[in-house]
Design a protein around this ligand. Sequence first.
Ligand SMILES: C[S@@+](CC[C@H](N)C(=O)[O-])C[C@H]1O[C@@H](n2cnc3c(N)ncnc32)[C@H](O)[C@@H]1O
Length: 164
Amino acid sequence: MGSRLRKKLMPPVEILKIADIHQGQIILEVGCGTGFFTIPAAEIVGSEGCIIALDASSGFLEEVSKRVKAAGLSNVRIVQKDALKTELDKESIDKVLLFGVIPFPLLPLDKLLPEMHRVLKPQGTMSVWLFPPLVHNWVPKAIVNSNLFTFTGESRNIYNFVRI
Ligand SMILES: C[S@@+](CC[C@H](N)C(=O)[O-])C[C@H]1O[C@@H](n2cnc3c(N)ncnc32)[C@H](O)[C@@H]1O
């Protein structure tokens, strides 16, 4: 998940720029894995912002926790939860990141999208990275068809949406 080849093909800071992450935001990163995007995202949002790094797997979260400590960051909240039932407050999040989590591995859109809509602030945004893109190119249409999000643009397989 964090190989040198991936960093070359998918430089995390550039990808996060396409996702329009900026200082002071509260970001929910769904399925953070080993934290490939977590550390650079935390550096971008800075001390006024926060990354909620959520994953169902305790093993991945331990790895993220070590990386956060090593980077000396205090703005990452590590949460072990099912993304379909985050128990986060409603309308508390500026941006949701769904990177490498839909449609694989088994996060059904009909349950995930309402939960993401619930936690996002009005006008909050959601960015989705699809892999492999050509196989899953039906996903952006399905997100729009949910009538919960409007599509705002795509670059480098990052699809951006705004909450309706
Ligand atoms: C392919 S990895 C992507 C990791 C990371 N986003 C990245 O791009 O490197 C998918 C992640 O989703 C997590 N995951 C799968 N189902 C989940 C669920 N229902 N709730 C929360 N996390 C989940 C897995 O534990 C795994 O860390």
